[in-house]
Design a protein around this ligand. Sequence first.
Ligand code: HEC
Length: 130
Amino acid sequence: MILVIFCAAFLVAHEQQKYAIQAPVEVVVAAAAIVLTEQQDLGKSIFKTNCASCHNRYKKAVGPALYGVTGRRDMEWIYTWIYNSADMIKSGDAQAVALYQEYKQSNMNAFPQLSKTDVDAILSWVELPK
Ligand code: HEC
């Protein structure tokens, strides 16, 4: 019986010691990771599902690097483009036509299913500095 109690006490002490060592390490890891806001996190997942096959945030891929896009385009332009870029090109919008020609006439999919909230979320993640 005494042996059992002794063993149990030893185990408890050992476990506590493990946590005592682990706790500060976890804090350091959490501080080093970038903590995304809920909006950025949503944007990241929409981007991965719908845009990552052609876009990279910081590098040109099939389509342009999207980091900085809110600086070179109006928000209204961006919404219209994402909802249906082909229509915008057909309408003769100068920026849309130039982009289309620059990217060797690749076609971007239309995303009419995305809400403005979704697009805002994508942009909040895309515009995070490297
Ligand atoms: C099938 C490939 C493809 C997918 C998927 C795609 N894009 Fe594009 N995107 C392009 C190409 C190519 C261009 C350049 C213009 C062109 O040729 O149509 C472009 C251009 C853009 C531009 C204009 C960039 C600028 O510099 O003005 C924005 C903004 C954009 N895409 C956002 C998105 C978002 C957001 C998604 C996901 C919801 C997405 N794209 C998905 C291919 C794609």
